[in-house]
Design a protein. Structure first.
Length: 221
């Protein structure tokens, strides 16, 4: 049954958490890759909407100052794919040629990449943002899918669940709130998890559930 007191309690708890996380989003001393990982985590946990303008501003700045490094091939597979995906998701033009450096002389993706599960997963998720005719992203999807299916037993529990989920439901195609509910459950298992993000995600999810109950109650009054 809906409780107004519960709703108010959640709202009171969420605000100070938002303030702390806001300082992380705006942090001037953070490396660009750490900022992009933070943004990606906020989106997966379903709490990015609290910081929508700030996130857009941060991505704009990172694109402005680091897009050339991306195009010049100065990043590893994980970073390249994460930047590519987030830039495209937020409307910035990035060429799929940034992945050319990961191919060998035979024009196929290098087998050495298969030891980098994080990188492969990042590439797999990026491949879903390909445009028609971008063969390299179609090739990437086939290449990565094969190796991720074979790599699952070799990774830690957090990463294994993340891989399994991605193969069933790529993050780009997932419904935000359903994905958030799932990702909260596996983010808890990550050794390097950020407790502030996790707490806000849990409180926010429960807050929205109670808010929906209130709206339903109001509708049928």
């Amino acid at each position: 049954m809906f409780s107004l007191k519960v709703l108010e309690k959640f709202a009171e708890t969420i605000e100070p958490l938002k303030e702390e996380i806001m300082s992380m989003v705006l942090g001037k001393d953070s490396k660009p890759i750490d900022k992009m990982i933070l943004i990606d985590t906020l989106e997966r946990l379903g709490i990015a909407y609290h910081f929508e303008k700030e996130i857009e501003d941060q991505i704009e700045q990172i694109f402005k100052f680091h897009a050339k490094d991306l195009e010049d091939g100065n990043y590893d597979l994980f970073t390249t794919a994460l930047y590519f995906r987030l830039f495209r998701q937020h409307g910035y033009g990035v060429s799929s040629s940034v992945f050319d450096k990961f191919k060998g002389e035979d024009n196929k993706f290098k087998k050495a990449l298969t030891s980098d599960i994080n990188g492969l997963l990042s590439l797999y998720e990026a491949s879903y943002l390909g445009y028609h005719g971008e063969d390299i992203l179609e090739e990437a999807m086939v290449f990565v899918t094969h190796y991720l299916n074979h790599a699952e037993p070799q990774v830690d529990s957090y990463l294994q669940e993340k891989v399994t989920r991605a193969l069933k439901q790529p993050v780009y195609r997932a419904l935000e709130k359903l994905e958030a509910r799932y990702y909260i459950s596996i983010y808890e298992k990550k050794e390097s998890k950020n407790d502030l993000l996790l707490r806000l995600a849990k409180f926010d999810f429960n807050y929205l559930q109670n808010l929906y109950k209130k709206e339903i109650n109001d509708l049928f009054r």
